[in-house]
Design a protein around this ligand. Structure first.
Ligand code: OXD
Ligand code: MN
Length: 609
């Protein structure tokens, strides 16, 4: 196989004088035994060459250029469709540093296992060297990495998702350190082995060494398993690094809200999966609301790095430059910003193909009468199978989002006024409430979660706790992570206010109390006004909720004061059940849980008594 590129070269490189980089690439090439090495330059020409190669290999289908210029569809192996949490490891030196919520294996043992796996893993393939940078290259938080991979699919996705190529290699220069990330799909093309459209291996390892700051990923070519800058570096390793350096790496969107008088506020938000995080990040207010002059902007849809900035506030950058968004459910109604962002230069993975070579997924529109589904089979609406995989994705450049914030690549980040937590909660949680202070807010984030089974009346169903939406992404002990959040209070002069939202509360007949989607901007308006001290809140034992007069409901059909009261209600019986339902979570983390959070729980009970 050849990459057809001008950058192929023998194992030695003259592209960089960074001796530790050259030595590492040489050592890894010796281990993985690729046929050749290709140093990625990140140019558009190289992207096209690699896309052509992927088409020739059957991995990519080009889409109709009239509908989706410069865009492709990839279909993965059906066994390689999502992150693999049970195969994800934090190999810290001490087991207690990985904590109760992570898989741990002794680092030396894991290194031995991985060395055996990677030995010869790239035979018959090209090893691509991807210099990458998470965050704007000149940001104080910019983090440099180099990913070695045998997947051209990874290379073209990485070009969308982060700064990469020659400009990053130059910025690394002769001396700068970088995070070494080794990746192989784990299917060497030994004698007699024929390549397939989506090579991967049934055995997968996604391994992080937090002390030596390395990632080794084997066996998967999909998403966060393979685009190592994203979850592996920008979250799992970055959490460990940020704890040591006094900043925060969070699984949060970043967005701006500008009021009619031109005041701009920024907020970050963390939600468990399936709570509409992408829709909120890219929210464009509905027409009837925009008329009043409020505007939204997008800085990031998935990850925020936050540090105490010169303004005294927390400042945030988005370490990524693209979206790796879930396709199903995305439509012109739910998320016009995402639809525009993916109009061109986009890679779709595991969605369905229409007869005119466009893309389709559940929730996009009425189903067409015929499609090729994500497995490559004919599909009709009555066939009983989904056309797109539920975790199918679009990889699109963030800069193509129509409301991208002018400061989204500002190296100094944007100053944050509010942090929002939330979950999918049919009962108990009001549409919005504000924490009394930072410590109470940390408690709200630590106990957030989504209800996974329906509740009996007056009770709380099973809540899957997902603290700060970081359960699969915290690269160290979750109890220490909470302690780090609590400590950050001392470093930030102007603390953001903390809120909890719930778009999913239902009435007794199971109907959602709040229209959600783009109307959620009204909740953001209340949040921003609270941060600016413009309005008072209604004090309840759980925090401050809005007064009806301060909450804009103009133009929402049928949302009157009684509906508002139901959406905002604090109900004592539900909260007693909520506190009981937190028991398992507190028990699991009992030995590591900071005392302040245990105390918050007691204070909550006392306020309710
Ligand atoms: C993602 C995730 O893909 O959080 O962003 O799983
Ligand atoms: Mn995510």
């Amino acid at each position: 196989m050849t990459s057809g590129s001008t950058q192929e070269m023998p194992l030695k490189s003259s592209l960089t004088e960074n001796q530790s980089l050259v030595t590492w690439v040489e050592e890894m090439a010796e281990l993985c035994k690729p046929d050749q090495i290709h140093w990625i330059d990140g140019s558009d020409g190289e992207w096209s060459q690699l896309c052509n190669l992927l088409v020739a290999q059957g991995t990519f289908t080009p889409l109709n250029p009239a509908k989706h210029p410069n865009s492709f569809l990839a279909r993965s192996n059906p066994s390689d469709v999502a992150r693999v949490e049970d195969r994800t490891f934090i190999c810290s030196l001490r087991e207690s540093d990985a904590g109760a919520t992570n898989n741990w294996s002794p680092p030396e043992m894991m290194r031995k296992t991985l060395t055996e796996k990677f030995d010869g893993s790239m035979v018959g393939r090209t090893m691509y060297v991807i210099p990458f940078c998470m965050g704007p290259i000149d940001s104080p938080l910019a983090m440099f990495g180099v990913q070695l991979t045998d997947s051209p699919y990874v290379c073209v996705n990485m070009k969308i998702m982060c700064h990469m190529g020659t400009k990053v290699l130059n910025a690394i220069g002769p001396n700068r350190s970088f995070v070494p990330c080794l990746h192989s799909v784990g299917m060497p093309l030994k004698e007699g082995v024929r390549d397939v459209a989506w090579p991967c291996n049934d055995e997968k390892y996604i391994v992080h060494f937090p002390e030596s700051r390395e990632v080794w990923s084997y066996g998967s070519g999909y998403g966060g398993n393979a685009l190592l800058g994203k979850k592996c570096v920008a979250l799992r390793l970055a959490t460990a690094i940020s704890r040591d350096q006094g900043w925060m790496a969070e699984h949060m969107l970043i967005m701006g809200l500008e009021s009619p008088d031109g005041i701009k506020s920024y907020l970050t938000a963390a939600f468990p999966s399936q709570c509409g995080k992408t829709n909120l990040a890219m929210l464009i207010p509905p027409e009837h609301y925009t008329k009043r002059g409020w505007k939204t902007t997008l800085v990031g849809d998935d990850i925020a790095w936050l540090w105490p900035g010169e303004t005294g506030k927390l400042h945030a950058i988005n370490p990524e430059t693209g979206f790796f968004g879930v396709a199903p459910g995305t439509s012109w109604h739910s998320n016009p910003g995402a639809m525009e962002a993916m109009a061109s230069n986009t890679i779709f993975t595991n969605v369905a193909l229409t007869d005119d070579h466009s893309v389709w997924w559940e929730g996009l529109s009425d189903p067409p009468s015929h499609l090729i589904d994500w497995t490559g089979k004919d599909w009709t609406p009555d066939c009983g199978r989904p056309a797109a995989h539920p975790n199918s994705r679009f990889t699109a450049p963030a800069g193509q989002c129509p409301n991208i914030d002018p400061a989204w690549q500002d190296p100094q980040g944007v100053p944050i006024d509010a942090i929002v937590f939330g979950g999918r909660r049919p009962s108990t949680m009001p549409l919005v409430f504000q924490a009394f202070d930072w410590t109470h807010g940390v408690f709200l984030g630590a106990t957030q979660g989504s209800e996974t089974t329906a509740a009996a009346t007056g009770a709380v169903g099973h809540v899957r706790r997902d603290p700060m939406a970081m359960l699969p992404f915290c690269g160290y002990n979750m109890g220490d992570y909470f302690a780090h959040w609590l400590n950050m209070r001392k470093l930030i002069r102007q603390l953001p206010r903390i809120f909890h939202v719930n778009w999913f509360r239902k009435n007794e007949s199971g109907k959602f109390l709040w229209p959600g989607f783009r109307e959620n901007v009204r909740v953001l308006e209340w949040i921003v006004k609270r941060c600016q001290g413009r309005i008072a809140g209604h004090e309840t034992p759980i925090g401050w909720t809005p007064h009806f007069v301060d909450f804009d409901t103009d133009g929402i059909d049928g949302f009157d004061e009684s509906q508002f009261d139901a959406a905002m209600a604090f109900r004592q019986n539900e909260w007693l059940a909520e506190i009981t339902s937190q028991n398992d979570f507190f028990l699991k983390l009992y030995h590591d849980m900071p005392k302040e959070l245990l105390c918050q729980r007691e204070l909550l009970m006392a306020r309710m008594a």
